[in-house]
Design a protein around this ligand. Structure first.
Ligand code: NAP
Length: 246
């Protein structure tokens, strides 16, 4: 389905990004991964993707650093020739109640989740416009749609990602570039592993499908959005959340 394409996936070392890398690799895409600091996990993911018969390489790249991400994007372009799919998946949480949330906790989350996505789109829109095609997939969150106590920073950042998605979709559509977002609900990864068991149980009780999602649930949607089957979809936010925000 994605044979001959190259996908650049931020935060591809673990969790949802890793599942997207494997799913896109399984569909024939070459994969470039950005990770923050977990080199071992990134290399392992690369090796697993290569076993699918495609090319894969990883870059240590902090997406909240504009200069660093610009440099890494250039390196990916010279290594793979071109990039067809950009997945802005890198994300962090710094949960805290608003009363005790530090300014740094707000800034860090916005810098990585929202500004990081903007920076990557900035770096890639030139190459995408030149080749007159490109697919951008942003990983948002239902927290950005419904809000979540303890996540004022994260909900704000993800709501921003949704606004970014819609504006970029409108702006780049005439150039043959699509931009969509996936809004996951609660997915089993290191990010949600930090939650207390009691908190997890109360979340699951709120989910109509009565279970947390798997990284593969998000990856399958990302593969669809990157495929020709989704060629006429842009500016869309697809919730993959077990119904928690119906
Ligand atoms: P995760 O397991 O914690 O993995 C986070 C990934 O992002 C890792 O690959 C990490 O790299 C990378 N990363 C973090 N900060 C980075 C930075 N500044 N620059 C580059 N890479 C960075 O998280 P996840 O659950 O898979 O989440 C992936 C995305 O889905 C995030 O955007 C998250 O907000 C979103 N999401 C997750 C859930 C959920 O329930 N899990 C729900 C809604 C939305 P290292 O391995 O090097 O640290």
């Amino acid at each position: 389905m994605l044979k001959g394409k190259t996908a650049l996936i931020t935060g591809g070392s673990r969790g949802i990004g890793k599942a997207i890398a494997l799913a896109m690799g399984a569909q024939g895409a070459n994969v470039a991964l950005f990770y923050a600091g977990n080199e071992k996990a990134a290399r392992e993911t690369c090796e697993s993707v290569k076993k699918l018969g495609v090319e894969a390489e990883c870059w240590q790249c902090d997406v909240s650093d504009f200069e660093a991400s610009g440099k890494s994007v250039k390196e990916v372009l010279s290594r793979f020739g071109n990039i067809d799919i950009l997945v802005n998946n890198a994300g962090i949480t710094r949960d805290n109640l608003i009363l005790t949330m530090k300014k740094e906790e707000f800034d860090e989350v916005v810098d990585t989740n929202l500004k990081g996505s903007f920076y990557m789109i900035k770096h890639m829109c030139g190459p995408f416009m030149k080749q007159k095609r490109g697919t951008i997939i942003n990983i948002a969150s239902v927290s950005g749609m419904m809000g979540n106590a303890g996540q004022a920073n994260y909900s704000s950042a993800k709501a921003g990602v949704i606004g970014l998605t819609k504006s970029v979709a409108r702006e780049l559509a005439p150039r043959g570039i699509t931009c969509n977002a996936i809004a996951p609900g609660f997915i089993v990864t290191d990010m949600t592993d930090k939650m207390q068991d009691a908190a997890k149980e109360s979340v699951v009780a709120m989910i109509p499908l009565k279970k947390m999602g798997r990284p593969e649930d998000i990856a399958n949607t990302a593969v669809f959005l990157a495929s020709e089957n989704a060629a006429y979809i842009t500016g869309e936010i697809i919730k993959v959340d077990g119904g928690i925000y119906i």
